[in-house]
Design a protein around this ligand. Structure first.
Ligand SMILES: [Zn+2]
Length: 140
């Protein structure tokens, strides 16, 4: 009997069967890697955009743009032009951690550093942000 090796990918904090998430039939190994990469870029973009819609209302800020980056070693960044960039693998994380990262970057539109008023802003709509930060440390 042929042994079928099940392949999994990480998505929203859980292990999911690759074949159920992405059509990979007939693809070579390199094509699968490319397809999985595109899957993460697409979904990371969609999820961060959706979560931004929710939190930008609460925080009364509007980012100029939201981008997905394949190179950066950070989960998110925000520059003084209000351009927010997220790592393409952000959709591997559980939603509560994605939300923390989104809120963190949106708060940088108000405060470009990590001073007290920055954290007060984060805490104003996410009182448990410290627990989420610890979870994010472990998720690396
Ligand atoms: Zn920051």
């Amino acid at each position: 009997m042929e042994k079928v090796q099940k392949r999994y990918i990480r998505y929203l904090g859980g292990a999911r069967l690759l074949d159920e998430m992405i059509p990979i039939e007939g693809l070579s190994k390199t094509e699968i890697v490319d397809t999985v990469g595109r899957f993460y870029i697409k979904n990371s973009k969609q999820i961060t955009k959706e979560r931004t819609k929710i939190y930008q209302e609460l925080l009364k800020v509007t980012p100029r743009s939201i981008k997905i980056d394949k190179i950066s070693n950070r989960w998110g960044s925000c520059n003084s032009k209000k351009e927010i960039t997220y790592h393409y693998l952000i959709s591997t994380l559980p939603m509560e951690l994605i939300d923390y990262i989104v809120v963190h970057e949106l708060c940088h539109i108000h405060h470009m550093n990590h001073d007290r008023s920055f954290w007060r802003k984060v805490g104003s709509i996410m009182p448990d942000y410290k627990e989420r930060m610890k979870m994010l440390e472990k998720a690396k």
